[in-house]
Design a protein around this ligand. Structure first.
Ligand SMILES: [Zn+2]
Length: 545
């Protein structure tokens, strides 16, 4: 025993000497891990060395631990490490506003909607009530609701309640009066629903816009605080980036302030909405990067949503034979914005749900292809595509940006709207991937939840969080787990021109990654998972320890 004790100081001395002899010094080593690099071959490594926020080397455990001296090391306990996940289509600002509004998600009846609205108002005492998230299909109605009961409960205070997809709004009479709506109001690309010569309170697509001018804004302070809450919610799932799908100029100013003061650490890829202010910004600044906020794209709305029958279809709706849907941006305006984007080397990302809009945009995007082979213009959603148009995605080089949770959320009524035949080209993510070789994957939060494990389950198993439907919805369009993870990492980086910095863990790229509590797998049943630790540019931003 005595001999052994006397050996210990010597061993420590030798070990220290060895670490002094190690050539290079790094800040951090992650080891005993399953590091899914998402490189070209999807190599899995055991260890990774990090310095100055960048990956220095990946390799076997011993090689990395022996080669480098380091300030800090993390034993990952054999856990899965992925490049930080990106939600390639989300709405941070809408989500923040939703959190500050009446939460109507999952309401099972009109009475529940009224109850939640009254409860909110008794606490908040707002002068104008805003709510979000109702979906009449959850209370067994195919028809969209009217404002009768809302008028009874709120005869004087204006109330505006957005449908879950944001493409329809239920306003009470006090709000309609304030904004000057009458039964004769006509709006291009929108519908003011009337019955018996009176507005029912329902405004669809572009008809929402004139109402929004009267909806008061939340304070910047309240917005910023809520955005930071959301940032933390995203970290808990290992999400480090969001492609923000539609920003107004004032909102850009808020994000810029937060990026510059360092409170917004998320990688935000901003898509600007088309407005004179945003165009003036681009003319003055071109492509812009402040901290982790990167701005070099526009968002355009081609049509509405399928649930509220706003998606533009080539043939009429199966459950409304006189109706094709709504084109929300006229063709000349689409062309004008596309030309503006080309002139300023901006990317154009267009919302297209219906097969008619998808075709129209593919045709429009041909001009970008002619001028710039690497334009990476995106179609957001690409939800219903005429099978004969799939080839155009490859031909024009269009980047599809899809949300697998939409497929399993819409399964209840998609076939009612489309009919059996059109289901062939609906939510066809595998077909799109086969054509283009890449997909950007997101959730469209707050339309869906931010949880990427619901996305994995929807993409791979084609089931919702309750494992419905048992056999999977349009199962032949399922992606593999690896394809889904690529859609949330390297392909999302490519879709935002950031692949040289982020999206995979490779030498020289950002040390932005998440270690997950449980193995990242996809089985028959939904398996929720959380991040244990999240790093952005080599700095820990979240940890459950
Ligand atoms: Zn969206």
């Amino acid at each position: 025993m005595k001999k052994l004790f006397s050996l210990i100081p010597l061993l420590i001395l030798l070990l220290t000497a060895q670490s002094c002899m190690k050539g290079e010094h790094v800040d951090l080593i992650i080891h005993n891990a399953q590091i899914h690099s998402m490189d070209e071959k999807n190599t899995v490594y055991e260890a990774m060395a990090i310095r100055d926020g960048k990956v220095v080397e990946l390799g076997p455990e011993r090689q990395i631990l022996n080669k480098y001296s380091y300030d800090e090391s993390i034993d990952a306990g054999g856990k899965d490490v992925y490049p930080g996940l990106t939600d390639a289509h989300g709405h941070l600002l809408s989500y923040a506003k939703q959190k500050m509004s009446v939460e109507l998600f999952g309401c099972k009846s009109m009475d529940e909607l009224l109850f939640r609205t009254e409860k909110y108002q008794s606490k908040k005492k707002r002068k104008f009530i805003i709510g979000r998230g109702w979906d009449q299909s959850l209370w067994g109605e195919t028809e969209l609701p009217n404002n009768e009961k809302l008028n009874e409960r709120f005869p004087d205070i204006p109330v505006c309640l957005y449908r879950v997809d944001g493409h329809a709004l239920l306003a009470n009479d006090a709000a309609l009066k304030l904004a000057g709506f009458t039964a004769d109001t006509k709006i291009d690309g929108g519908i003011v629903v009337t019955k018996d010569g009176k507005c029912t309170g329902l405004l669809v697509d572009n008809a929402i816009e004139p109402m929004e001018k009267y909806i008061p804004e939340f304070s910047t302070k309240e917005l910023k605080a809520t955005l930071l809450e959301i940032q933390n919610e995203l970290y808990q799932y290992g999400i480090v980036g969001v492609h923000e799908a539609g920003i107004q100029n004032k909102e850009l100013a808020i994000l810029k302030e937060m990026a510059l003061d360092g409170s917004l650490q998320l990688e935000v890829y901003g898509m600007l909405l088309d407005s004179p202010e945003n165009r003036a910004f681009v003319e003055k600044n071109g492509i812009q990067k402040w901290g982790n906020l990167y701005v070099r794209s526009f968002k355009m709305y081609g049509d509405g949503a399928l649930g509220s029958r706003g998606a533009l279809l080539k043939k009429p709706y199966s459950d409304q034979h006189d109706h094709h849907g709504v084109l929300t941006t006229p063709r000349d305006k689409m062309k004008d914005l596309a030309q503006f984007c080309l002139a300023h080397n901006y990317q154009l990302n267009s919302h297209a749900i219906g097969d008619s809009t998808n075709y129209l945009l593919l045709e429009l995007y041909k001009m970008a292809q002619a001028e710039n082979k690497d334009h990476r213009w995106r179609i957001e959603h690409a939800q219903v595509v005429d099978p004969k148009d799939f080839a155009l995605f490859a031909e024009v080089g269009v980047y599809p940006s899809v949300q697998p949770t939409h497929a399993v959320s819409d399964q209840r009524w998609a076939e009612d709207r489309l009919g059996k035949d059109r289901m062939v080209g609906a939510y066809a993510y595998k077909t799109l991937l086969n054509k283009t070789g890449m997909l950007a994957i997101g959730t469209d939060f707050p339309v869906e939840q931010t949880n990427p494990f619901l996305t994995i389950h929807a993409a791979v198993q084609r089931k919702d969080g309750n494992n419905v439907p048992g056999a999977g919805f349009l199962k032949s369009e399922a992606l593999t787990l690896e394809e889904t993870m690529r859609g949330m990492t390297i392909w999302a980086a490519l879709a935002s021109f950031r692949e040289t910095e982020t999206g995979s863990l490779e030498k020289g790229k950002n040390a932005t990654f998440s270690i997950f509590v449980k193995p990242v797998v996809s089985g028959a049943n939904f398996q929720e998972n959380f991040a244990q630790t999240v790093f952005i540019n080599g700095k820990s931003v979240y940890s459950v320890d």
